[in-house]
Design a protein around this ligand. Structure first.
Ligand code: PLP
Length: 409
């Protein structure tokens, strides 16, 4: 008799964005002429930069010639890309990362979700709240989350990020084994300074915890005091894995590429006192379950690190961050309390007094035809907020703000 992984049955009925899509589809069906503006899901709208497109064309041509054709690639990813990453993302910040510590992935979602494969099911989990739902759901699937009671999982420690603590989470009380941090943060759009991040690294080192640090939005950081990588903090190589993504940096949401850093000095102590390094363990997992990211996609990612590529990516990021500024200014003018949008493409908007996240989501949908994301979908502390993204077109962003101003001013 076949059995299933019954942990999957514990998952909440629907994925947040599926719930939103359903509500939007129902609205569209009832009001087919409504012009909806989608500031909800975090997908990008700008096309791929020209440097990426020409690298793709070139790589496609190589695949059509016997002399340059490539089959299965190296398990860590191609060295040309891993070297470009070391030289482009880490060396300029004084961070020493070896190309063998980098694993090219098909996006940060897969690796943040899959990393649990090499970690015991008895680990306790800690997340900042609100948070990107994949961290929790993948631990529910892996049997680490416990049971859900009033919207919170019993074996997960939640560190609330609220306006009251300026979205800087307190360290957990007591021990916790695996800590998920995402900075710049999705959904709040806020960041941690070096001093704040250092507290987490120190905690992890003293409690022998592992930090899974999601740096998917690091390219959006504008303020110099904000760290781009957890490895800017002394000791982080001994306690942290870091995930990167080209999705939001360079429009790769459809192309799929990113990378994961697993330092060689990162070790876990077994009950018998023996130390096990995570780098070879993750390599073993990848060799068995992942056959790499397409050659042409890795060539496309390499192009981001060329001078033209960098300049073009910067233009795209500036475009989105101009949207973020327009949104922040309009929201402030109308009298809303909004956070984020300075070092991240997300705006975290306080709902009007007494109005819950889903109620305000519905109101924006019905009254001004703007689609947002209810904050409570990212965790209990997200109640009373909605998330807006800056990834829309300028025209949509401006139109949404005009509607907002007209309706709420
Ligand atoms: N991590 C965070 C915090 C995200 O918000 C997202 C996407 O929205 C991802 C990872 C997934 O990125 P990718 O497209 O690289 O899988």
């Amino acid at each position: 008799m076949t059995t299933i992984n019954e942990n999957f049955l514990k998952l909440q009925k629907n994925y947040l964005f599926a719930d939103i899509a359903q509500k939007v589809a129902d609205y569209k069906q009832a009001y087919p002429d409504a012009r909806l503006i989608r500031l909800g899901i975090g997908d990008v709208t700008r096309p791929l930069p020209p440097a990426v497109i020409s690298a793709l064309h070139k790589a496609v041509d190589e695949m059509g010639q016997a002399e340059t054709f490539r089959g299965y690639g190296p398990e860590h990813g191609y060295e040309f890309l891993r070297r470009a990453i070391v030289e482009g993302d880490f060396a300029p910040r004084g961070i020493s990362i070896d190309p063998d510590e980098i694993f090219i992935n098909d996006g940060a979602k897969s690796d943040t979700g899959n990393f649990g494969d090499i970690l015991g099911t008895d680990n306790s989990i800690c997340v900042t709240d609100p948070i990107y739902p994949v961290y929790i759901d993948s631990n529910v699937m892996g049997g680490r989350a416990g049971d859900i009671k009033s919207g919170a999982w019993s074996r997960v420690t939640y560190c609330p990020c609220t306006a009251e603590n300026n979205f800087v989470p307190e360290l957990p009380q007591g021990n916790t084994d695996i800590i998920y941090l995402c900075y710049p943060n999705n959904p709040t759009g806020t960041t941690l300074t070096r001093a704040e991040l250092k507290k987490w690294v120190d905690y992890a080192l003293s409690h022998e915890s592992l930090i899974l640090f999601d740096a998917a939005y690091e390219a959006y950081i504008t303020r110099p005091e904000i760290p781009h990588s957890i490895y800017e903090i002394e000791g982080a190589r001994r306690c942290a894995v870091e995930f990167h993504s080209y999705s939001k940096t360079a429009g790769f949401t459809g192309l799929r590429c990113g990378y994961t850093v697993v330092p060689k000095d990162l070790k876990v102590t077994l009950r018998n006192g023996e130390e096990v390094a995570l780098n070879p363990l993750w390599n073993r997992r990848q060799c068995t379950k992942f056959n790499g990211t397409a050659y042409i996609v890795q060539r496309a990612a390499e192009a981001i690190y060329t001078p033209e590529g960098r300049e073009q990516v910067r233009e795209v990021i500036d475009y989105y961050m101009t949207n973020a500024r327009i949104m922040r200014e309009t929201l402030a003018e109308v009298g809303f309390l909004a956070y984020g949008g300075i070092d991240a493409p997300y705006i975290w908007l306080r709902t009007p007094e007494g109005e819950g996240s889903w109620a305000f989501f519905e109101r924006l949908l019905h009254e001004i035809n703007v689609v947002s994301t209810p904050g409570v979908g990212f965790g209990p502390a997200g109640e009373g907020f909605i998330r807006l993204t800056a990834f829309g077109t300028r025209q949509d962003c401006e139109e949404a703000m005009t509607r907002l101003r007209r309706h709420f001013a």
